[in-house]
Design a protein around this ligand. Structure first.
Ligand code: DCM
Ligand code: DCM
Ligand code: DCM
Ligand code: ZN
Ligand code: ZN
Length: 294
């Protein structure tokens, strides 16, 4: 996502943090980031072009050649979430390292909900030229920011906080409310049957518990050795996002302006659900890490 999408994910998450997660977020981010995941959410994009952080540029997506994505070699968004999940709670790391881990999680849990960040065709859609409201852009950028900009100017007074507040209200008491328990369940309907043939309900708590049990806490730098295994919940999120590529993202009409056609009105509900959902999941993730449950 572009800056507005990321900020909205962070502002939504702020409204659902449990007490310990909230206090860690506020003290770790500090005045530099307004003590807010909303303000902090764009840091990872701000630094990725700097020489000191060039290594992080490939962590923003997974070039899934298979549909749905189930793994990634080396650095990608799935291994990045695993790496920074370990590091954010690693008390042996410095405050700066843990702040970076939090800022990366804040950003990557947003990006994994962007359908074009979990597929490889046309370099995540960057190589597909399209038109939005008379301006030439590409399909990736249209989804990162082009349609969000138009949506905010049409419905939300051009304000990311007005948009985020509206999404929070939909989660608390509107049409998203009945979906929130499914948003936190990582039981995949598409993954191959498990060895015992039984598919049990998996929660974020289960996923993080087995992740921390099955690893050596001294392995904090294993992302550099290509050995890190993605968690199951982010894999489910990536597959879910990837499914929108076939159902809507790549079903664009040729030769028409995508922002003044049915493509825009069909895409907006997907964008709003993905942003709200990833914000809610980001809060739940931090709540399990810092408070022990969602
Ligand atoms: N991107 C992607 N998949 C790729 C390459 C890039 O999702 N294979 C994303 C990262 C940025 C956007 O596309 O959000 C533009 O990438 P860049 O800044 O590298 O041109
Ligand atoms: N780093 C990271 N993940 C790791 C190891 C290191 O993001 N598993 C980052 C933290 C610092 C940079 O790399 O920004 C340098 O780390 P170090 O000096 O600890 O190798
Ligand atoms: N590094 C990287 N990608 C990461 C994390 C770290 O390229 N995701 C770089 C920066 C670190 C260097 O690798 O300084 C060595 O990391 P480590 O010593 O932790 O293995
Ligand atoms: Zn992008
Ligand atoms: Zn990004």
């Amino acid at each position: 996502w572009g800056a507005i999408g990321h900020e909205a994910v962070g502002f939504v998450a702020m409204e659902f943090l449990a007490p310990n997660a909230l206090s860690f977020v506020r003290s770790s981010l500090g005045s530099e980031f307004d003590q807010s995941l909303g303000t902090g959410a764009t840091w990872a994009d701000d630094v990725k072009s700097e020489a000191a952080f060039r290594w992080s540029a490939d962590l923003h997506f997974v070039d899934a050649e298979d549909n749905p994505p189930s793994s990634c070699r080396g650095f990608c968004i799935l291994t990045a979430i695993a790496n920074y999940t370990t590091r954010v709670v690693q008390t042996s790391l410095s405050a700066t390292q843990r702040q970076q881990a939090l800022l990366f999680l804040d950003h990557f849990i947003g990006d994994i909900g962007q359908p074009l960040h979990v597929e490889a065709d046309a370099v995540g859609g960057n190589d597909i030229d399209v038109t939005c409201a008379g301006s030439r852009t590409n399909l990736h950028s249209l989804w990162d920011s082009g349609m969000i900009n138009r949506l905010l100017s049409a419905n939300y007074r051009n304000s990311v906080t007005v948009w985020a507040d509206a999404l929070v209200t939909r989660i608390q008491s509107g049409d998203f409310r009945s979906l929130t328990s499914s948003w936190l369940s990582c039981t995949s309907t598409t993954e191959p049957a498990r060895r015992d043939g039984i598919t049990t309900t998996r929660t974020i708590e289960d996923d993080l518990r087995s992740f921390f049990l099955n690893r050596n806490v001294s392995d904090v730098s294993e992302i550099s050795s290509n050995a890190i295994t993605p968690l199951e919940c982010p894999l489910v999120w990536a597959r879910e996002s990837n499914a929108f590529d076939c159902s809507i993202v790549f079903s664009y009409p040729s030769f028409s302006d995508l922002c003044t056609s049915a493509y825009f009105t069909n895409s907006v509900p997907v964008i709003e659900e993905q942003i709200a959902k990833q914000g809610y999941r980001l809060a739940a993730w931090l709540n399990v890490l810092f408070d022990g449950s969602t």
